[in-house]
Every structure is written in structure tokens, then in C-alpha cells.
Design a protein around this ligand. Structure first.
Ligand code: FES
Length: 226
């Protein structure tokens, strides 16, 4: 069975327009990376720290509109084989998300809330050349590699959730960025004020090569797992 474990959208109550918009905004987070890209970024940011870098990433990637700081890293699976998906909740317990291991091993994560009318988005391995993220309510289809809309009425790409794999094969959700924002831009946004030295190393706009890092919130490792 290739379909995710998400509940079918047909049974979900209709959302009033206002609530629906709030739901859209709340989950308007956007991040995606392959494991290789993530490790490269973490290595850059933390000076070679790869294992254990989950806490570093989680300490700098904030969810859109989240005024309470970065979300905690969350273990979502012991492992995820190619072609399979896992449904989970992240960053909050009301935030439906889905992680997928594509056929070539790439690990991706998205909000599972359709950007059209907030139905649940499902992973369908049997659709398209390498599977699709599919919304059955109005035949919305999203590219599994980018989250971009490829068919149907959804007006915006599927928000993304940063998912990474540890050396033991476990899969973690570690953060999210704003809608349309790249992972690097998310780092720069956070490091710009709190970690100027690191931001300079990343080539973030407006940074100075001679800057030194302080002890701001971006310097913490909030969420480091035990
Ligand atoms: Fe997803 Fe309409 S709610 S396509």
C-alpha cells in the first residue's frame, strides 16, 4: 500500500472561510532539502557538525508566523524505504505533514494540507513517473520533488517541511521555512542578526566577513535530542 496513513479528506468537516485562511497561513511554511543538501548546509553552518546537527538546524529554522521560536526536532519514523511515505504532525500537533522517500533515495517533506481548500494531500506512488502528491478533493497534483502544482486548482505550491535522516536510518522533522523560501534563505534570515559570522560564511546578503557570532537565539541548540 503506497498511500499514506492520512485520514481521507472526505470525512473532514468543512472549514469556514476564515478558519480555512487561518489554517493556510498557519501552515504556510516552506522547506525542502535532500539529505545530502541538508548535511552540506549543516556542515557549513556548524563547522563540520553533521551527526547531532539536527539541533543546530532546528535552532535556526522557524516556522512561518511562529512567534514562540523554533519547533523541536521530532522523530517521525525509524526508517523510510524508497517509494514509501509517512504521515505525521509538524510543527504543531494540528499541522498535518507527509514525508516521502522517492525512488532515488531523496527524502522530501511537505505540509499535507492542500493549498486549495485544505483537504488532505496523499502520497500516491502509483501515479506519474515517480509518484505524486495528490489531493483527491479536486484532483490537485503536486510535484513530489518541489511541491509545485502540476495539475488541478491549488493556487500555490505545497508548503514544505524539512526532514532529515540520521545515521541510524531514523527520520526526523527538524523545521520549516516560510512559503517560497529556500533552506539557505531561512538560515540567512535567522543568522542575519543572531549569528553574523555564520551568516557571512553562508554568503548571506548584508553580512560582513569580519563579523563575530554572539550568543543570540540562533546560537542555541534548542531541541537537541538526548
Ligand atoms: Fe485540494 Fe481542492 S482541496 S484540490
Amino acid at each position: 500500500m503506497s498511500v499514506t496513513e492520512q485520514r481521507p479528506p472526505a470525512g473532514e468537516p468543512q472549514q469556514p472561510d476564515t478558519a480555512r485562511e487561518e489554517l493556510h497561513d498557519r501552515i504556510a511554511a516552506d522547506s525542502l532539502t535532500t539529505r545530502r543538501d541538508y548535511l552540506r548546509l549543516v556542515a557549513t553552518v556548524s563547522g563540520g557538525l553533521a551527526a547531532g546537527g539536527i539541533g543546530v538546524a532546528a535552532g535556526v529554522l522557524h516556522r512561518h508566523g511562529d512567534s514562540e521560536g523554533a519547533p523541536e526536532p521530532k522523530r517521525i519514523a525509524d526508517g523510510l524505504p524508497p517509494g514509501r511515505s509517512i504521515a505525521f504532525r509538524y510543527p504543531g500537533e494540528d499541522d498535518r505533514a507527509v514525508a516521502v522517500r522517492l525512488g532515488d533515495g531523496t527524502l522530501v517533506g511537505y505540509s499535507a494540507v492542500c493549498t486549495h481548500l485544505a483537504c488532505g494531500v496523499l502520497w500516491r506512488e502509483d501515479r506519474g513517473s515517480e509518484g505524486q502528491l495528490y489531493c483527491p478533493c479536486h484532483e490537485g497534483v503536486f510535484d513530489p520533488r518541489t511541491g509545485e502544482v502540476t495539475a488541478g486548482p491549488p493556487p500555490r505550491p505545497l508548503p514544505k517541511v524539512l526532514v532529515v535522516e540520521e545515521r541510524d536510518g531514523s527520520v526526523w522533522a527538524v523545521g520549516a521555512t516560510r512559503s517560497g523560501e529556500t533552506v539557505r534563505d531561512a538560515f540567512c534570515r535567522q543568522f542575519g542578526e543572531d549569528r553574523p559570522q555564520t551568516a557571512a560564511r553562508l554568503g548571506c546578503p548584508g553580512t560582513s566577513p569580519g563579523a563575530t557570532d554572539g550568543g543570540g537565539p540562533g546560537a542555541t541548540e534548542k531541541g537537541r535530542r538526548p
